[in-house]
Design a protein around this ligand. Structure first.
Ligand code: TMP
Length: 237
C-alpha cells in the first residue's frame, strides 16, 4: 500500500489517502492540546504509544463484534484504516463523575454515577465542540435516526466490553470519547482512537490518573502514565 496525499490534519493525528480503494492511513503525532487548543505541548513517544493502544483495543472490540476502522498497523505511528466520513459528533460515555460533568453539575470527582451517562458534542472546533442533545442532532441532521440509534447501541456496548476488559488490568474506565464514521456503503463503524488522550483511566487501587488529565492539569509523569497503560494492555501488571 502506498501513502498518497494528506487529507486532513487534526490535533493528534494526520490522515492520508492511499492507492487502495476505501483505505486511509492515520499517522499519530506527539502533539498534545487541551482546553480546546489553548494549551499546547508535546508528549515524547505519545504518537507511537497511542497507535499501539488504540489498535490493541480496537482489535479486542472487533473480536466482540464491534465494527471498527482498523485494517492493519503499519509501523510505530501509522495504521491503515477503513476510509469513512466522520459523523460530526463526539460521543462521551461516563461511568464516574469527572472533568466537565463534575464541574457543570457540581459533583465531586470520583462519584460513581448510578447509571451510565451518554453525552454528545457537535464536532466544531470553532465553537469549542458544544454539547448537543438528540433534538439538536435531529434538527440539524447531524446524524440520521437510524445512525444515532446504532451509535448509541455501540457506545454502550463498548463501555461494557472495555470496562470489563480493563478492570482485571487494574484500570478503571471513568469516561471516554468515541467518534463514528460511515463507510461508502453506509455502514456505521467505530473510528478515531481509543487511548489515554480520549479516555479517563484511573488505577483501580490508588486512583492515580493514567491519562491526559496529567497533561491538562500539569501533574507531570504524562509519558510514564501512557506507557503504564500500554504495559498493562500488553500483559504486564
Ligand atoms: P470532559 O470531562 O472534558 O467533557 O471529557 C470527557 C471525556 O472525553 C474524557 O475522557 C476526555 C474525552 N475528551 C476527548 O477525547 N476530546 C475532547 O475534546 C474532550 C472535551 C474530551
Amino acid at each position: 500500500m502506498k501513502k498518497m496525499g494528506q487529507l486532513y490534519e487534526g490535533k493528534a493525528k494526520k490522515v492520508y489517502a492511499t492507492d487502495e480503494k476505501g483505505v486511509y492511513i492515520v499517522s499519530y503525532k506527539d502533539d498534545a492540546t487541551a482546553l480546546n487548543g489553548l494549551k499546547k505541548g508535546s508528549i515524547t513517544g505519545k504518537g507511537a504509544i497511542n497507535n499501539r493502544i488504540s489498535n490493541h483495543l480496537m482489535a479486542m472490540l472487533e473480536e466482540q463484534n464491534i465494527p471498527t476502522h482498523l485494517v492493519q498497523e503499519l509501523n510505530d505511528r501509522e495504521t491503515a484504516v477503513k476510509a469513512v466520513t466522520i459523523v460530526p459528533l463526539e460521543v462521551i460515555v461516563r461511568n464516574i463523575a469527572a472533568g466537565s460533568l463534575a464541574k457543570r453539575l457540581g459533583l465531586e470527582e470520583g462519584l460513581k454515577l448510578a447509571s451510565t451517562v451518554l453525552e454528545f458534542s457537535y464536532k466544531r472546533d470553532d465553537l469549542g465542540d458544544p454539547l448537543v442533545n438528540e433534538y439538536h442532532i435531529k434538527a440539524l441532521a447531524l446524524a440520521s435516526e437510524d445512525d444515532l440509534r446504532q451509535i448509541k447501541e455501540y457506545s454502550l456496548q463498548i463501555n461494557t466490553i472495555l470496562g470489563d476488559y480493563l478492570l482485571p488490568l487494574g484500570i478503571e474506565l471513568v469516561d471516554f470519547k468515541l467518534e463514528f464514521g460511515k463507510t461508502d456503503d453506509g455502514t456505521i463503524i467505530l473510528a478515531d482512537e481509543i487511548s489515554p488522550d480520549t479516555c479517563r483511566f484511573w488505577d483501580v487501587k490508588t486512583h492515580e490518573k493514567l491519562d491526559k488529565d496529567r497533561f491538562r492539569r500539569d501533574l507531570g509523569g504524562v509519558e510514564d502514565a501512557y506507557k503504564e497503560v500500554l504495559f498493562r494492555l500488553m500483559g504486564g501488571l
